[in-house]
Design a binder for this molecule. Structure first.
Ligand code: PMP
Ligand code: GLN
Length: 381
């Protein structure tokens, strides 16, 4: 059947993971962690599965998880959040994004998006009837082009989406970027969907600053988090949205009619997880930072030009110094099939096909997997 969505192929993450499995490749493509799941979280889930209810929890999320999300926002970001009126639990960050877009966009509304962009944004914006206004960040700096961003806003702008820390660039929007975005949102009376699923995956002593905490932004921003990223359990699909009641209301309606709820046992485990001591969060970021460095140094030794990564669990690399002639899609297939290591082409995060020589590697993997991938690539190039 023809629809806005029928023109989209299978997501690159699925395509590359399948190819990796077929060829026995070390999969540094699709972003999912290996070996980082906190054992206490798994124990909490097991207990909750055996002892707690198996039935529909409250639509907005269990009281325990909503309270934990609010407590976490205060503890890490100084945000005061009402757990009863300003938090909604979703089946992953992906559902949260969909709920925000379906809940807020009316046909003909304009939506400002920043490329490179996560693959679910654009199809859902379009399906909701939104008109995308794309603004490009260019490698290797990924700087925010202020004039282009300002020009993308109009009196038809309903909302913008930002992703910080950012997939696939590893960019962390700085205070100036955020203040500039806030000024545009105010000037154009627009909202911002803040995809902050990587909020705890941030390195070298940087701190994540939620846009919703800036002056005037409380009534304009919807902040999205994901237990999949914060606890390295991407298969659980537990996410959360935080927004003022007036903004959350239409978004909750999308959730009500799309999934209605999220497994209560997993919500309970995540609620307990969010209350983890600081050492958990520091260990997560510290462990990932060490893996980032191991992979970055190894790839650089092999000849890749490795771009800086300040957050998320992705490294972007320029493979031209290796002498490969084809584009990034060909390169990622080539190394999967012939070197036994999988990466993801960065061009899929853009609409126009002119950024063609960058490959993204995920470093949230066991040390042995990173070492094996580096050995294979070193042998091959
Ligand atoms: N946003 C971004 C930028 C992501 O990389 C991901 C990870 N897949 C998500 C949202 C979705 O998160 P979840 O797995 O919780 O649905
Ligand atoms: N966010 C993950 C990535 O960027 C993948 C999510 C998915 O496969 N849907 O690789």
């Amino acid at each position: 059947a023809n629809s806005v969505l029928s023109s989209y192929g299978t997501t690159i993450f699925e395509v590359m993971s399948r190819l990796a499995a077929e060829h026995g490749a070390v999969n540094l493509g699709q972003g999912f962690p290996e070996g980082l799941e906190p054992p206490v979280l798994l124990k909490s889930a097991a207990r909750a599965l055996l002892e707690d209810s198996q039935q529909y929890p409250s639509m907005m999320g269990t009281p325990a998880l909503r309270r934990a999300v609010a407590d976490h926002a205060l503890r890490f970001h100084g945000l005061t959040v009402d757990p009863d009126r300003e938090v909604m639990v979703t089946s992953g960050g992906t559902e949260a994004l969909g709920d925000c877009l379906f809940g807020l966009i009316e046909p003909g509304d304009e939506v400002v998006l920043i490329e490179p962009l996560y693959d679910s944004y654009l199809p859902i914006v379009r399906r909701a009837g939104g008109i995308a206004r794309l603004v490009r960040l260019e490698p290797p700096e990924w700087g925010l082009p202020r004039e282009a961003l300002a020009a993308a806003f109009s009196d038809k702008t309903k909302l913008m989406i930002i992703n910080t820390p950012m997939n696939p660039t590893g960019k962390v929007f700085d205070a100036d970027d955020l203040a500039f975005i806030a000024s545009l949102l105010e000037r154009h009376d627009a909202y911002c969907v803040c995809d902050e699923v990587y909020e705890h995956l941030i390195y070298d002593g940087r701190r994540h600053v939620p846009l919703i905490g800036l002056p005037g932004m409380r009534e304009r921003c919807l902040r999205i988090g994901s237990a999949g990223k914060t606890f390295s359990v991407t298969g659980w699909k537990v996410g959360y949205v935080t927004a003022c009641p007036a903004l959350l209301q239409p978004v909750a309606k999308a959730h009500q009619y799309l999934t209605f709820a999220t497994p209560p046992n997993l919500q309970q485990a995540v609620a307990e997880g969010l209350a983890s001591p600081d050492s958990y969060y520091q260990g997560l970021a510290g462990g990932l930072q060490a893996r980032r460095d191991k992979l970055a140094n190894g790839l650089a030794d092999i000849g890749f030009k490795v771009l800086p990564c300040y957050g998320s669990y992705f490294l972007t690399t320029d493979f031209r110094p290796l002498g490969f002639e084809g584009d990034d899609v060909e390169f990622c297939k080539h190394i999967t099939v012939n070197a036994g290591v999988t990466a993801v082409p960065v061009s899929i995060f853009y609409q126009a096909g002119d950024v063609r020589h960058y490959a993204r590697f995920c470093f949230a993997k066991k040390d042995e997997a990173i070492e094996e991938a580096l050995r294979r690539l070193a042998r091959f190039f």
